[in-house]
Design a protein around this ligand. Structure first.
Ligand code: G4P
Length: 537
C-alpha cells in the first residue's frame, strides 16, 4: 500500500474519530434527557435539565419547532455534535411518534448506529413498534438504553424478552440492575464485575457514582440480604441462558447490547457512552452505483437525507441536510450535484446546534452539514467531486396510508397555498398529488401517519399564512402506474378508483380496497402497478 500524504493522514485521523448515531424512543421514554446528559459530558452545553414540558419554560436544545413545543413531541430531526475524549460525536434526533417513522427512517440512513431508549416501567410500547422496526430494516447496530431505573420498573428479564419477541432482535445485557425505584441499588457491570452503586439524592440532577467489586466483602453494607440473593440468582441465570456478547453480531444489527440506567439522575450515562464508543465504528464504506465508496480513501461525497424549510421564521430559508460519506468537505470548494447535473459551491455550509448555527469551513465523513437550498435538492441526492460523478443508493419513500383533499379557505391566497404545500412535500413531510390534468386548487395529500396532517395544517397557517379546509378521503392504497405510455384515461376502473398524478407527472391510482386493485388489473391486461418505494426492503 502506498504511504499516505500528511493531508490524507490528517483526514484519516479525523474520520476515525467520528461516531454518528440516531437516537430513537417512544415519547417520554427519556430521549431528550439522555441526549442532554450526553452533551453535558462533551461540554457542548452548560446546563442540562432544560427538558421540555409544560411545567418549564425552557425547552431542550433539540426541540426547537413551535409545534414540538406545543405538543411536546419531536416532529423533525435535529443534529447535535459534541466531542468526548478523542471522539467527535454526531447525534441525530428523531421524531418519537410512529406517525413520523418515515422521517426516522430517512434519518437512520444518515446514521451508522442507533440508540434505542426504553422506559423501564413500560417496555416496548405498542405505538413505537413500527418505529423500532424501521431501525431493524437498516441493519445497523442498535444499542438499547433502558431508562428510569430510579422508578419502579418491570422485571428486567421481561424487558429483555419484550425486545426479543416484539422486535425480533437478540439481547445481551452489558450491565444488570439491582432493584428499581426506591429499592434501586445500582447496576452490575458484567465485564468488569464491578457494581456501580446508586445513591438516592432527593431529586438532585447529579448523583455520586460509587464503584465496588462484586467480590468485595463489604457488599452487604450497601445491598440488603434479600436483594443480594435475587441479584446472585439473576446473574447465574444470565450467565447460563443469555446470549453472550458478540461484537460482530452487534455490528451486523443482530444483537443489541442492553444498558440499564437513569438519564435524569445521570446514572450509568458515562459508562454507557464509553462502551458505546468501543462498540460502534467510525463511518463505514457505502454502496454507490459505481461500487463501494471508502470513507477515507475517497474524496468528498455526501447525500441529502433531509430538507427543512423555514427553520428560522425570520430568514424564510430552506436547508438541505447532508451526511458526508467520504473525505473532507472544505468550504468554497466546487462540488458536483449529481441529480442536478451541475457544478456548484455549497452555499453557507453550517453545522447546527438546534437553533444556533455555525458556519463550517471543514467537515469530515460522518459529519452532517446543512446547506442553503434554493430549491434544487431532493431527498436522496448525491453531491461529490466533479471528477467522480456517482450516485449513492436512493432513500425509499413509504407508501402513504391516509389521504385527504386540501384546499385553501381564502382563494386569494392561492400562491402561498401552492408554495406551502409544494415546499412541505419537497421536504418529504407529506406527499402531494392532483387529479389528472387539474390545477393546484385542490391538492390530494398522502401521509403515512395522520399526525402529519396536523403538521401540514399548522405549518401552512404558521409559516405561509394560509388557512386550509381538509377533507379525509376513503382511499387506503396507492399504486404507481409503471408503464408510462399507457393512456390512463382509457383505463377501465371500478367507480371508487381515482386517477391522480404526482408533481413529477407520474400517474397513479388510488384505491379503497385490495379488491379494486385486483379489479383494475383484471380489466386492464396491460396495466402494471407498483407499490411506492418498497422495492428496497
Ligand atoms: P422524550 O424526549 O423521550 O419524550 O422524554 P424526555 O427526556 O422529555 O423525558 C420525559 C419525562 O421523563 C420527563 O419528565 C423527564 O424528566 C423524565 N425522565 C427522563 N429520564 C428519567 C429518569 O431516568 N428517571 C425519571 N424518574 N424520570 C426521567 P416530565 O415530567 O415530562 O418533564 P419535567 O417536568 O421533568 O421537565
Amino acid at each position: 500500500m502506498e504511504a499516505l500524504t500528511p493531508t490524507q493522514t490528517q483526514i484519516k485521523t479525523e474520520i476515525e474519530k467520528r461516531r454518528t448515531f440516531a437516537i430513537i424512543s417512544h415519547p417520554d421514554a427519556g430521549k431528550t434527557t439522555l441526549t442532554e446528559k450526553l452533551l453535558l459530558y462533551g461540554g457542548a452545553i452548560n446546563l442540562a435539565g432544560s427538558v421540555k414540558g409544560k411545567k418549564t419554560a425552557k425547552h431542550a436544545v433539540s426541540d426547537w419547532m413551535e409545534i414540538e413545543k406545543q405538543r411536546g413531541i419531536s416532529v423533525t430531526s435535529s443534529v447535535l455534535q459534541f466531542k468526548y475524549n478523542d471522539c467527535c460525536i454526531n447525534i441525530l434526533d428523531t421524531p418519537g411518534h410512529q406517525d413520523f417513522s418515515e422521517d426516522t427512517y430517512r434519518t437512520l440512513m444518515a446514521a451508522d448506529s442507533a440508540v434505542m431508549v426504553i422506559d423501564a416501567s413500560k417496555g416496548v410500547e405498542a405505538q413505537t413498534i413500527k418505529l423500532f422496526k424501521v431501525c431493524l430494516l437498516r441493519k445497523i447496530p442498535i444499542i438499547t438504553f433502558i431508562n428510569k431505573m430510579d422508578r419502579d420498573s418491570k422485571n428486567p428479564f421481561e424487558l429483555l424478552e419484550d425486545i426479543e419477541n416484539v422486535l425480533g432482535i437478540n439481547t445481551c445485557p452489558v450491565n444488570w440492575p439491582i432493584g428499581s425505584g426506591k429499592e434501586f441499588k445500582g447496576v452490575y457491570d458484567r465485564d468488569s464485575r464491578n457494581l456501580l452503586l446508586f445513591t438516592a439524592n432527593n431529586g438532585q440532577k447529579e448523583v455520586e457514582e460509587n464503584i465496588i467489586s462484586v467480590d468485595s466483602p463489604n457488599i452487604s453494607d450497601y445491598i440488603d440480604e434479600y436483594q443480594l440473593k435475587d441479584f446472585y440468582d439473576d446473574i447465574s441465570l444470565l450467565e447460563g441462558a443469555g446470549d453472550s456478547f458478540d461484537l460482530q453480531a452487534v455490528r451486523d444489527g443482530k444483537l443489541t447490547p442492553v444498558f440499564f440506567g437513569s438519564a435524569l439522575t445521570n446514572f450509568g450515562v458515562q459508562p454507557f457512552l464509553e462502551r458505546f464508543l468501543d462498540i460502534t465504528t467510525p463511518p463505514l464504506p457505502r454502496e454507490s452505483d459505481i461500487g463501494i465508496i471508502d470513507p477515507v480513501g475517497s474524496p468528498f461525497s455526501a447525500f441529502v437525507f433531509k430538507i427543512q424549510a423555514n427553520m428560522n421564521k425570520a430568514h424564510r430559508d430552506r436547508i438541505a441536510f447532508m451526511r458526508i460519506c467520504s473525505g473532507k468537505f472544505e468550504k468554497d470548494t466546487e462540488v458536483y450535484h449529481v441529480q442536478g447535473e451541475r457544478k456548484m459551491k455549497l452555499s453557507q455550509p453550517q453545522q447546527l446546534m438546534a437553533q444556533d448555527r455555525e458556519i463550517v469551513t471543514e467537515a469530515y465523513a460522518g459529519d452532517i452539514i446543512g446547506v442553503f437550498d434554493p430549491g434544487i435538492f431532493s431527498i436522496g441526492d448525491t453531491v461529490c467531486m466533479p471528477s467522480e460523478k456517482f450516485k449513492y443508493r436512493g432513500i425509499p419513500t413509504f407508501a402513504p396510508e391516509h389521504f385527504a383533499i386540501v384546499r385553501q379557505k381564502d382563494t386569494m391566497k392561492r400562491k402561498q397555498f401552492v408554495k406551502g404545500t409544494t415546499q412541505i412535500a419537497q421536504e418529504g413531510a407529506i406527499q402531494i398529488f392532483r387529479e389528472l390534468d387539474a390545477g393546484m386548487e385542490e391538492v390530494y395529500v398522502g401521509v403515512v401517519g395522520t399526525l402529519q396532517f396536523d403538521v401540514l395544517k399548522y405549518r401552512l397557517n404558521n409559516e405561509y399564512n394560509v388557512e386550509i379546509i381538509m377533507e379525509g378521503l376513503p382511499y387506503k392504497f396507492i399504486r404507481w402506474i409503471k408503464n408510462r405510455d399507457l393512456d390512463v384515461k382509457k383505463l377501465d376502473l371500478a367507480s371508487d378508483t381515482k386517477r391522480i398524478e404526482d408533481m413529477r407527472g407520474n400517474k397513479l391510482l388510488l384505491f379503497t380496497s385490495m379488491w379494486s386493485i385486483d379489479w383494475a388489473l383484471e380489466h386492464n391486461k396491460d396495466l402494471q402497478l407498483e407499490e411506492f418505494g418498497t422495492a428496497e426492503f
